[in-house]
Design a binder for this molecule. Sequence first.
Ligand SMILES: Nc1ncnc2c1ncn2[C@@H]1O[C@H](COP(=O)(O)OP(=O)(O)O)[C@@H](O)[C@H]1O
Ligand SMILES: O=P(O)(O)O[C@H]1O[C@H](CO)[C@@H](O[C@H]2O[C@H](CO)[C@@H](O)[C@H](O)[C@H]2O)[C@H](O)[C@H]1O
Length: 492
Amino acid sequence: MPISSDQLVDFLKKCRWFAGKARQVVLASVIQQIPFGEATIWIVEVGYEEGDTERYQLPVISVSEMPGFSTAQTLILEVDGRYLVDAIYTETFRYNLYTHIYNAESYGEPTARMAFVRGKGLEAEDLPEHISTRVLPVDSSNSALVFGEKYFLKLYRKLFQLPNPEVEMIEFLTEHSDFRQMPAFCGSMTLKSLGQPDITLGMMQRMVDAQKDNWDRTGDYLNDFLYAVPNRVFSIQEDVFERVGLLGRRTGEMHRALYNPEADATFSPEPFTADYRKFLQGRLNHLLESRYNLLIDKYRALDEQTQALAWKFMEAKELIDEFAEELLSRDIHSQRIRIHGDYHLGQVLNVQNDFIVIDFEGEPEASIADRKVKHSPLKDVAGMVRSYHYAVSAKLFESDETRYLEPTKLLKVTERWYKLIRDTYLDGYTEAIGWPHPLFKDQNEINSLMLYYLLEKAVYELGYELSYRPDWVKIPLKGIVDVIREVEKLHG
Ligand SMILES: Nc1ncnc2c1ncn2[C@@H]1O[C@H](COP(=O)(O)OP(=O)(O)O)[C@@H](O)[C@H]1O
Ligand SMILES: O=P(O)(O)O[C@H]1O[C@H](CO)[C@@H](O[C@H]2O[C@H](CO)[C@@H](O)[C@H](O)[C@H]2O)[C@H](O)[C@H]1O
């Protein structure tokens, strides 16, 4: 069925996974069609009034009846009593996907073929003919399919002209390490077109039966803490310290697994080269500039307390520049490896008495090439430390229970919780990494790099909050101001 640009745009705008909703679309068109059984995989290109074009994966199939389980994102077009639907909603398409992964079988012509890989996590007993399939209704930027209630397939929607970093990470950890706190790799599907870079279309992992992610679980702990605060009681249960320490240890184990001097170039550790330092500097400058501009744009809409923090950030511009320049112009002897890259409490699922780390796709704002750059693992550590700061700040600053407390007292309690939890997390991390470790030269480098990554993360978050959650802008700003204070201390 032919489809016009307007029809495509109307459909895309209904889809949770379409990232271009806030942008002005000029044209959407199907630029490649890859037949796959009764379905066809469309590669859709979207052009915007400003900025780069984007590509999306849309598997389609023409059916005479709407699928049993349908959502607002199912129907693309209806013509003469037939329906063109997103193929993930049909059993035929899902079954075909699973069968090809199970058999590690390629499909298509030499000019454009889909290569299917089967991973260690897929068990031989789960034969395609016995497998149940369904769409998992997740509020996510991709689509999720479930097979036999045992396997979770992420069908990537926004496509990149390079293999997806998540598949590389999960495959590496599953096949070449003994780290088991992530869902094991079960398979992948990649589009290989003649003369074009490979494009990852999907990845299958073991399905995790998670009760809650760790952002929600930390929120539960914080509720207990919060209720006591108005009674001038400061109480953190021993269980909370144990869980935070365990997460620190699991993070350390993840980084130990990713540190492999025997690995090929994609994963082998690298030194802090001049090129990397230039990359870091360029990235921070770019982030800072975009955040200053965004802040100026949105300044008047911010509350008084947030405006004051914003001023501190703006006034410290020179100090921040000096700090970054000084750190990045010295020789650094710690090492860099592939890391998670977007590590925060929401990326950790609670499973029984342990954790499972998910979503190794890297930072959403970064290009796909940048997401594969190796960093000091302290960048992940800083991400999680920031996340604990977020959790306590969001709870204490936004709750009814604490509304009438004096702001300076509230801030003190928040800081006390944050510092105890941060140190517990860091102790767990250090214990698992083991000391000394070739990833880190000495405590001095650790302190400086931590400060740098904390700053970079908080500046990144400032953009995220200014765009999506203006009420939370003060949280990353507070994080930035904390780093500024530390830097001031260093400069005497
Ligand atoms: N292996 C898995 N098993 C079960 N559920 C998962 C698994 N991986 C992710 N999820 C669920 O799907 C949601 C989206 O996953 P995520 O990796 O964050 O995808 P995205 O990058 O598309 O947002 C998660 O919040 C989690 O609830
Ligand atoms: O959607 P992703 O999980 O890939 O990550 C993006 O969204 C996150 C918010 O959901 C954002 O995280 C920030 O808010 C979290 C609380 O909601 C907090 O725990 C994180 O520390 C904070 O960075 C993340 O930065 C963004 O990339």
